[in-house]
Design a protein around this ligand. Structure first.
Ligand SMILES: [Zn+2]
Length: 319
């Protein structure tokens, strides 16, 4: 924790999510998540699983989900079966988020608290241009003013910056200032250099770092950022190196989560329908590594699974 490592560079092309988008959205790489089939390799992990409530801090309900096979009923059914009791809902376009947040009775019946975030995307093209498009700020302000039946929007994002230079663009600056002033959290899929830049624009904003560095930011650099920015929180979907032998945590991440139990969140990242199809197994994967953490420190597992999100958003205790 003491040493200051040299800053690693993440080549833009090393970002697997960018490659997926550029390649036209191929199937999700379940293998890298060790999540898919509960078959051979996973069977050795034993049956240890974190049994408590889970908050899913990275959930999309994009139009191909609700226009396709994943109705609201399907989605709330999956959340309920997975034991997910709270979600950050954010979607391209924002209609998906609104439909989740406005389905208050269904959410109550499923025991799910919906925490809505405004996404910056009307369509896929916006992923690669929002940071240079001032109309995105208007979109955000309109959405914030409208709110939802589940209450006001609590954050902005997920947004992507595939080139960290765009973290210094006018729209990113404006939105980080807005988040800081309005007490909104920000869910950002960015590299470590962009974390520094975004925090400089909105030092008071709570930045949820989607995937905690999907390009594999070295753990020592993640620690350095967590120490420098008390409002930085890591979300762990797709985090390279998180999962080790037999579905538990890798040694590096067991150490990380034990050292910073109040700074991480669980996420599913339902960015394509394949992720919705696999939703329960994605959450089950998280329950496996949470059990590994609980074996060292049960309170740390509870924090990562639920309490950190509850503190962040003032959530009621799940019944
Ligand atoms: Zn995402």
């Amino acid at each position: 924790m003491a040493a200051t490592p040299t800053r690693p560079r993440m080549p833009r092309t090393a970002d697997p999510a960018r490659r997926r988008l550029v390649a036209g959205l191929a199937a999700a790489p379940f293998a890298t998540l060790a999540s898919g089939s509960p078959g051979a390799a996973r069977a050795q992990a034993g049956d240890a699983r974190w049994p408590g409530p889970i908050f899913d801090a990275h959930l999309h309900y994009n139009d191909e989900a609700w226009m396709g096979p994943h109705s609201l009923e399907d989605v709330f059914g999956r959340l309920q079966r997975a034991g997910v009791r709270g979600i950050i809902a954010n979607s391209r376009p924002n209609e998906g988020t609104r439909s989740l947040a406005n389905a208050t009775e269904r959410a109550r019946a499923a025991g799910v608290t919906v925490v809505p975030f405004v996404r910056l995307y009307r369509n896929r093209a916006d992923y690669n241009s929002w940071f240079a498009d001032p109309t995105i700020v208007d979109l955000v302000n309109t959405e914030l003013a409208a709110g939802t039946r589940a209450g006001p929007y609590r954050g902005l994002g997920e947004f992507h910056l595939y080139d960290n230079v765009n973290a210094n663009g006018p729209v990113a600056r404006q939105l980080m200032r807005l988040a800081d002033e309005r007490g909104l959290a920000v869910l950002a899929h960015v590299d470590d250099v962009a974390v520094d830049r975004l925090m400089a624009h909105g030092p008071g904003a709570r930045l949820i770092w989607a995937h905690t560095g999907i390009g594999g930011t070295p753990p020592e650099r993640v620690r350095e950022l967590l120490q420098r920015y008390p409002k930085l929180i890591g979300e762990l979907s797709y985090r390279p190196g998180l999962i080790g032998e037999a579905g538990g945590l890798s040694p590096a991440w067991r150490e990380m989560l034990s050292a910073f139990p109040d700074r991480f969140l669980v996420g599913s990242d339902t960015w394509v329908n394949q992720r919705w199809m696999a939703y329960e197994s994605l959450i089950e994967t998280a329950r496996r590594w949470l059990a590994d953490l609980a074996a060292i420190d049960p309170r740390a597992a509870r924090r990562v699974a639920w309490d950190n999100a509850a503190t962040l958003f003032g959530l009621p205790e799940p019944g």
